[in-house]
Design a protein around this ligand. Sequence first.
Ligand code: ARG
Length: 589
Amino acid sequence: MAPVTSLSASVTERLASALSAALPEAGSADPLLRRSDRADFQANGILALAKKAKANPRELATGVVSQVVTGDVIKDIEVSGPGFLNITLTDKAITENLAARYADPDRLGVPYADNPGTTVIDYAQPNVAKEMHVGHLRSAVIGDAAVHLLEFTGETVVRRHHIGDWGTQFGMLIQYLDEHPHELDHKDAQDAQVSGEEAMSNLDRLYKSARRLFDSDEEFKTRARRRVVDLQAGDPHTLATWQRFVDESKIYFFSVFEKLDMEVRDPDIVGESGYNDMLAETCRLLEESGVAVRSEGALCVFFDDVKGPDGNPVPLIVQKSDGGYGYAATDLSAIRDRVFNLKANTLLYVVDARQSLHFKMVFETARRAGWLGEDVHAVQLAFGTVLGKDGKPFKTREGETVRLVDLLDEAVERASAVVREKALDLSEEEIAERGAQVGIGAVKYADLSTSANRDYKFDLDQMVSLNGDTSVYLQYAYARIQSILRKAGDVRPAAHPELDLHEAERALGLHADAFAEAVTEAAAEYAPHKLTAYLYQLASLYTTFYDKCPVLKAETPQQVENRLFLCDVTARTLHRGMALLGIRTPERL
Ligand code: ARG
């Protein structure tokens, strides 16, 4: 399917050529087109150009107007104020453009990016043997939306789930499991289907017992430390025990990702352990090139602008004085792998803003080492903290971190109540299914609708509310359209460009036509919130249209078909847009 040129792009093109006819030195200047309340669009670019050319802005604007051909797309263009242009489009152009999008149900005429590359995206990275919390939720939700958005623009996306599956804490766990070999056995060994819940509770119990012993028993501590060395040296028995922890944790991770209605593929889980073989070499290369130096036995990288509160430089520690490798060594090795083996042009990390200093130092180190050349972008898509209703970091009443699973279950429960209340003809099974789609959608949407770097309040009442900027509102708009289309029976949606449009139809149509711009911008800036804002506005404009313009009872059969067509274009746009955010749009609610 050929991409569809949006109306704003066609108008911009026409204005730009009129502009260069009226003022040749303007070249291909941007007339700066915006949607406007007074007309369909306003162009604000003439003022600055006139100033630059030392021309009178109103005269230049008048000159541009005289060069613009009106009729097919532009109905009316006039000068306003000091030199703005107000532009009104023909109804025909609006309907025809939407018809072209409608003919491409999957992409709605959205073009692919001009020069797609390869992005490695690091997201949804929980830690082995630990419960997932709201921070992991944000990384998963934002990362998943970024994956869909980028793939939609034609980018090759390699997903990497950099799980925390390596490090000194495993010595303690492995030693404990070896001494208590049945601690990870499943209640019903016959039952191949171990639940995520059971896996996590096993791990949690084991973690706590191991910790208790480690803190109280010096001899156990010594034995545990020895296991760290064995693990890093690749001792087969130690590795096999470690693998049991990873496998058990994956059962739990996959159960949470399934609850989140999110695809995570096993081969894309390349945790910290996956770079173990590279760590020594990474350190050697850094030391030989002088990028890292030994300081009090540790291998460190220093930065002029990174200092602690005492004014002393705070280094990035690549290798500790006891020889152990930490988080930084792993991330630096991962960069080498992603750039040289996976051939990434962009490295995107969806990680908590509290790790920003870490990434700043890691990226800078990799640049100095020559692993990140000028042609490779490294970006942290940093996200803020999830706050409770009280505005403080989200904790249980006992001050503990909230378990992600509990939150998700509660969201689904609340959503099911909302669905049940509204449902007229849904079975219990359907209510449960919709409840999950609405509840999980609500959680994702709340996360995606504020810009990632900001903190946001986790407020379930607000999230599942039918009014306001929520996914439920969008899902209802979609379901309402489906119900109209069903009621229309044999009358099918069809575009009738010859018809005059109501003001509410024009506003809806113009916005629907701007889908490509919204998607392109959201993808290019890694800003899913720009897409949620677009979709919310689309649903709001649809609501106004629905209030003002009868669809099935419109005046003529052509008008019925044309309004059904507007409904269906809106539905497809909502559906596609929500899918890019990882949110379902049920056909009935
Ligand atoms: N596992 C880490 C955490 O839970 C996040 C990993 C982020 N990714 C990375 N490449 N360091 O905080």
